[in-house]
Design a binder for this molecule. Sequence first.
Ligand code: 13P
Ligand code: SF4
Length: 302
Amino acid sequence: MNQEMQKEIELWKKKRRAVIFAHYYQRPEIQAVADLVGDSLELARAAAETDADVIVLCGVHFMAESAALLASEKQVLLPEAGAGCPMADMVTEKALAEWKEKNPKAVIVAYVNTSAAVKALSDICCTSANAVKVVASLPDEQEVLFLPDRNLGGYVIRQTGREMELWPGWCNTHEWVTQEDVLAAKKAHPGALVLVHPECCAAVANLADHIASTAGMVRFAAASAATEFIVVTESGILERFSKTCPEKSFYLATPKLVCPNMKLTRLSSVLRALETMSPVIRVSEDLRAPALTSLTRMLKLG
Ligand code: 13P
Ligand code: SF4
């Protein structure tokens, strides 16, 4: 059944001159049909560079919106319209506008896990892969508000030593991991290195041998001499590790590490999206230019 659908997807992809981009958290069968599997930063860069007519973004809404901003002349499809990011919904345009009014001199650094409307009110975006670099690029005396992830923001503060005000947002999937979960995994696998995503809380991050974005974890595991790893990020990444490091062992720190939104997309959703050319993700004209400015400022940092 899967094989049949994969073949049909291939045919429709050619017909539509489409590419399929998938986040590391997607189901294995989605990663299998993807032209590129990447983290938020890699997906944004690829959207800006592709010469395809259609981008099928297998991820969540903000990722498709970023692709639509960066590839304005392409059609961007999000196979499951309901695939959102609860963390992105924790900061609204209205709440951010009120905060800006109270702090007119502050620079707003927005994690890409935000709506286009919030990006439009922000000064520069970041992903978990470049958040430290983005904040370090700002003048020392500059007042900074970082949003919406207090955990990623806390990690940046610890790395850069600079003060920032943090929006009180979080990712349910990563926030639910406790220090006890990781300690139990370490007890079960005493020789394993612990890889932690910066969306986890500080207590969990303190137990890490390496803290990195999803792509950073993939690179680290491949380069490391270690052969066993405890993974503290969403379960979908295990599929990637099985491809990049088939000889090494990876243990999910806890079965709680599942993002329900990332798991909504199935092969049938991708096929339907290509057949019907929907749902298309568009960004309204009034938001396009300011939101794109925040994104391109980030991409220009390299
Ligand atoms: P990265 O892709 O930047 O590692 O972020 C993880 C994430 O939670 C995306 O929703
Ligand atoms: Fe949002 Fe967390 Fe799911 Fe990523 S893993 S999409 S941050 S809820």
